[in-house]
Design a protein around this ligand. Structure first.
Ligand code: PEP
Ligand code: MG
Length: 575
């Protein structure tokens, strides 16, 4: 009899293979008991193991940067920083000197304490950073014990990995030829393992709570990443069903690969632009491989994160230049800093706020922290000569904010010119429409900009008054709510009436249910994560814009999000 284990969908796709159980989290069983006689030699052993772990991490960083991109490599850079932080080493030292613990035991106790602290945090992102501490301290522990971490490099046949969690180190070593999928006990959709799985395009189910206790090595598994289900010891009927599904997916993958260099045109010949959302220049490799026709959103806050001080004008210039040059003559929309809300900088202490998403974030903060903002504007202007730059201001709610931002940009441009530094004359200026006030004033704001980019991630939360991070109101976070659709339509019409173009860079732009609606409304540019680009292009090729447009009135007269979704699924998605 087959058994089903449910978990969280982390990365779509089907895998059918034998299970291999991983156990790198079990190193603690090898920690010797007893106390040390000589604290100095324990400290020396600790220091030596930390150095070896650092050397591992430097090598891993280089390999991951090349194979998976800079963003994934940043995880290991953060591990390196953690090992260089004297605080953790100081805590272990205290235990060795004060309690005469062996280095292994002292390190383990400190790690457990830190992991506990992170796991108790309210913020889901911080909670998941406990996995980083477990990973990096395990690496040091493995060196102290002289034991290997799991050898994932020695696989010789197709497998589905089963683990309590896959640490970033585990994932970095995965041999994609043989690892067809993985399932973990812990983790959520934003845990490292889930993000890595999506980056690598490996099907994954996480957060099953019990996979490692229910599955033995060698068990045949069907992993359905689309549904978040794992079937153990499947029967013939299940195997036949999923083999068919897997074959369909393989064909689809080949079909999608054939679309990489195709333009994004609807069935009735209407051309739109498919842009990509990036956080770092390193994300461009995947974007280009997936046929991006431009960068629709470069979230520059990621350049400011994971470091100890603000990036300088020169450092920013290099990143912007790299992106513009790599995209050649394709458009690149770079958004000015959007910090605050759920994104923080360790080195910029901001007062705690009761409602961070309604608080001092993005353009509001930049207009108050002028030097910070002007530095970024100068870097952008200097980069403008290397490609087709469009500057995007986030979180505009009021006219004055846009005028102030544009004023500062004009001042910086004049100052650069005066110094003889070249700046392009063709830089377009746009705003994110992500606050209902801006959507409702779009007709007026359109006079002041070259384009709009609709940020539905925020627009939905502000329209519905439903915090995008709060699971308890997740049922109200409704992309297809008629109020949200009416706002989007208002923005598109207002912009077109003034001859301006409109993009969307919220998650909704890559959503198969939203795409027919947005095409029908006349959206000009759809910007999304790299993995969504080719499925979106395939969908667009099959849609008629004229027909989609003829349904907009019906959609806008519906009362609920559910009605909208059912209608779209019935007409366009046959589900
Ligand atoms: C948005 O709000 O839709 C958006 C793209 O910005 P972010 O998700 O960075 O807030
Ligand atoms: Mg936003």
């Amino acid at each position: 009899m087959s058994r089903k284990i449910n978990g969280v969908k982390a990365s779509g796709g089907i895998a059918i293979a034998r299970a291999v159980l991983l156990g790198s989290s079990g190193l603690e069983q090898y920690i010797p008991d007893g106390h040390c006689a000589d604290a100095a030699s324990e400290l020396a052993r600790l220091a030596e193991s930390i150095e070896k772990a650092k050397a591992d991490l430097v090598a891993i960083c280089a390999r991951v940067a090349e194979e998976m991109g800079e963003e994934q490599a940043d995880i290991f850079r953060a591990h390196l920083l953690f090992l260089e932080d004297p605080e953790m080493a100081g805590m272990v030292q205290q235990k060795i000197e004060g309690e005469r613990l062996l280095a292994e035991r002292a390190l383990h106790e400190v790690a457990q304490e830190l992991i506990r602290q992170f796991e108790q945090m309210d913020n889901a992102y911080m909670k998941e950073r406990a996995a980083d501490i477990r990973d990096v301290t395990n690496r040091v522990l493995a060196h102290l014990l002289g034991r290997p971490l799991d050898a994932l490099t020695e696989l010789r046949e197709d497998v589905v990995l089963v683990a309590w969690d896959l640490s970033p180190s585990d994932t970095a070593q995965l041999d994609r030829r043989y690892v067809k999928g993985f399932v973990t006990d812990t983790g959520g959709p934003t845990s490292h393992s889930a993000i890595m799985a999506r980056t690598l395009g490996i099907p994954a189910v996480v957060g099953t709570k019990q996979a490692t206790s229910l599955i033995g090595s060698g068990t045949i598994l069907i992993l359905d990443g689309d549904e978040g289900v794992v079937i153990c010891d499947p029967d013939e009927e299940e195997l036949a069903f999923y083999r068919r599904k897997l074959a369909e997916q393989t064909t689809l993958k080949a079909e999608l690969e054939g679309l990489v260099r195709q333009p994004s045109v609807s069935r009735d010949g209407h051309r739109v632009e498919l842009g990509v959302n990036i956080g770092n220049p390193g994300d461009l490799a995947a974007a280009i491989a997936n046929g991006a026709e431009g960068v629709g959103l470069f979230r520059t806050e990621f350049l400011y994160m994971g470091r100890e001080d603000f990036p300088t004008e020169e450092e920013q210039l290099q990143s912007y230049k790299l992106v513009l040059e790599q995209m050649e003559d394709k458009p690149v929309v770079i958004r000015t800093l959007d910090i605050g809300g759920d994104k923080h900088l360790d080195y910029l202490s901001l007062p705690q706020e009761a409602n961070p998403f309604l608080g001092h974030r993005a353009i509001r903060l930049c207009l108050d922290e002028q030097e910070l903002f002007r530095t970024q504007l100068r870097a952008l202007l200097r980069a403008s000569v290397y490609g087709k730059l469009k500057i995007l201001f986030p979180m505009i709610a009021a006219f004055e904010e846009l005028q102030q931002a544009k004023g500062m940009l004009a001042e910086e441009k004049a100052a650069l010119r005066k110094r003889g530094i070249p700046v392009s004359d063709d830089v377009e200026i746009g705003i994110m429409v992500e606050i209902p006030a801006a959507a409702l004033m779009a007709d007026m704001l359109a006079d002041e900009v070259d384009f709009f980019s609709i940020g539905t991630n925020d627009l939905i939360q502000y329209t519905m008054a439903a915090d995008r991070m709060n699971e308890r109101v997740a049922h109200l976070y409704q992309p297809y709510h008629p109020a949200v659709l009416r706002l989007i339509y208002t923005v598109i019409q207002a912009a077109h009436a003034k001859g301006k173009w409109v993009g969307m860079c919220g998650e909704m732009a890559g959503d198969p249910v939203a795409i027919p609606i947005l095409l029908g409304m006349g959206l000009d540019e759809f910007s999304m994560s790299a993995g969504s680009l080719l499925p979106a292009r395939r969908q667009l090729l099959g849609l008629s814009r004229e027909e989609a447009a003829s349904r907009i009135e019906t959609l806008l007269s519906m009362r609920t999000s559910q009605q909208v979704e059912e209608y779209i699924r019935r007409i366009y998605l046959q589900t």
